[in-house]
Design a protein around this ligand. Sequence first.
Ligand SMILES: [Zn+2]
Length: 109
Amino acid sequence: MSRPHFRIKKNEEVEVTVGKEKGKRGKVLKVIPEKERVLVEKINLIKRHTRPGARSRQGGIVEMEGPLPISNVMLICSKCDRAVRVGYKILDDQRKVRHCKRCGEILDK
Ligand SMILES: [Zn+2]
């Protein structure tokens, strides 16, 4: 058993690698570690019917992002400009950072 790893953080740009939205890119709005899911801007939009109530008087249909399995998205390397596998390495100052396995670019600032 490998522990789930979350190599993706909020506000990072990812690409969908699986499913009908494969190849689309968006910004991570939220990571839900306990469910191993992420919300990505404008990806996997679902329609929610809302009723008139305390929050809005009108009700209607709103579109919102549905959660995606975190394994269905990959981080985009700014240097490669594509979705890449991410590895970890320890820097000289003992910081653990993520790097692009393709070009070696450090992805953590
Ligand atoms: Zn790269």
